[in-house]
Design a protein. Sequence first.
Length: 128
Amino acid sequence: MKKDIQSKADIKILIDSFYEKVKTDDTIGYLFTNVVHVDWEKHLPIMVNFWDNILFYTGNYRGQPMNLHHHLHQLSNLTLEHFARWNKLFDSTVDALFEGENAERAKQNAHSISTVMQLKILNKHNPL
């Protein structure tokens, strides 16, 4: 039996594993390697703080993810396929490493965030 996500250290394991998949993914990897050249040493701790805040309400994330994704969309049109693939990779990474209430909540939150981003980025005629 796998353990649940219980700490920032667990979130780091999740995020590191997830982005290793993302970097080489045929559908979305190019966004992180060719469209924007991600500084992984900077990006990964930000993502750990983001998810630490989402799951444990730590308040240690101060950022504007919507602005960053709008910018990415301007550089390379994001599609429903991109969001679906991100969700699939995130879910499969969580499922491979963890199980429990926080693991399920992480996946639910990821899908909620993805849906809001899709609506705000892809639905230009009806912004939220």
